[in-house]
Design a protein around this ligand. Structure first.
Ligand code: FES
Ligand SMILES: [Fe+2]
Length: 336
């Protein structure tokens, strides 16, 4: 069987590949589901995503530069504008027509939540919904796109798992006293995420007091965690003060065992904490997950028999089942 990231069903979904901010610095090269892409902003400020291969002699266009809103190939200087159309060939007589096969092979691209998303199929699916993005009480904070040497399946599984908190997040919020996880009841949460609600008594060390807005040594977080296929996980945190902190965690397979990771935060705070400070704690938490996951080689098995699970794995087990169905593997997935 081919690797999971080559499955056509994944090409029909949107995948977060870059921050909008990154594209302002010139072309960006990204590999998504094994395909090498170049992303750039054209002369109208619109994002273009295309195969990272010049139609002339196949040079990587992501190594090129942007001039007057056109992507210039580093090999012979052909340039490409809106929609990936070939705009100029420096070596050619300008009165002659440009070659018909000289345009870039583009893929669907869109911008939402400060991120650039691509879809590799003809008809794209739907983006995960974050209602608070248009609520003026909330601000949005982006974090850079990171490269993790980890399988996106393991990442999504991890983001749905709370049993690892006291073991992995010892440098941040993991409360080492509380290893037992209460009963998890899965339900359809708001805005199309499937998951569970739970309360956590979290450590509130110095780095966290800015984020929680409270100075006590521990804080109660009313949380929900849920997923939207294939790889979006949303965590919502409601503090007793009414402060809400919403995190969208996004994993994009580069290939079977390497991934892109980014997260976006929405907060209804009073803006006293800087954007950087407000997500610094989440970035430390992400780094703890990364350290753990990069130590686990290979692809997360999708059959339940291959892995032992317990009650606290209910959400990630449900995600694995739905993900396996998405890939048409349900006959291999024996839920017992
Ligand atoms: S390979 Fe790109 S211009 Fe020749
Ligand atoms: Fe974690």
């Amino acid at each position: 069987m081919s690797e999971f990231h080559e499955h056509h069903a994944l090409r029909e979904h949107w995948h977060a590949v870059a921050t909008e901010h990154e594209l302002l610095g010139g072309p960006v090269g990204r590999t998504v589901l094994g395909d090498s892409l170049v992303l750039y902003l054209d002369e109208n400020g619109e994002a273009v995503a295309a195969e990272d291969r010049c139609p002339h002699r196949e040079a990587p266009l992501s190594e090129g530069r942007i001039e007057d809103g056109r992507l210039v190939c580093p090999y012979h200087g052909w340039s490409f504008g809106a929609g990936g159309r070939c705009a100029r060939i420096p070596s050619a007589d300008p009165s002659l027509p440009l070659p018909r096969n000289g345009n870039l092979r583009t893929v669907h691209v869109t911008r939402r939540y400060g991120l650039v998303w691509v879809c590799l199929a003809d008809v794209p699916g739907e983006l995960p919904v974050i209602r608070q993005d248009v609520d003026p009480a909330f601000r949005r904070i982006n974090s850079p796109v990171e490269h993790w040497q980890a399988c996106a399946l393991r990442m999504t599984d991890n983001f749905l798992d709370i049993a690892h908190f006291p073991w992995v997040h010892t440098g941040t919020f993991g409360n080492s006293q509380r290893t037992e996880v209460g009963r998890i009841e899965l339900e359809m949460l708001d805005d199309g995420y499937f998951g569970y609600a739970y309360d956590v008594e979290a450590e509130n060390p110095l780095g966290a007091t800015l984020v929680s807005g409270q100075k006590t040594s521990t804080v109660l977080r009313r949380m929900t965690t849920g997923f939207k296929l294939p790889f979006a996980v949303r965590s919502t945190i409601l503090y007793e003060t009414g402060l809400e902190h919403i995190i969208l965690l996004l994993s994009t397979p580069v290939d079977a065992v390497r991934s892109l990771f980014t997260f976006v935060v929405w907060r209804n705070d009073d803006f006293r904490v800087s954007a950087e400070e407000a997500i610094a704690f989440d970035r430390m938490i992400g780094a703890e997950d990364k350290r753990m996951l990069e130590r686990i080689p290979g692809v997360l098995p999708l059959t339940s028999r291959a892995l032992a699970s317990t009650q606290s794995d209910k959400a990630s087990t449900a995600w694995r089942l739905q993900f396996a169905k998405l890939l048409g593997l349900s006959q291999h997935y024996n839920e017992d």
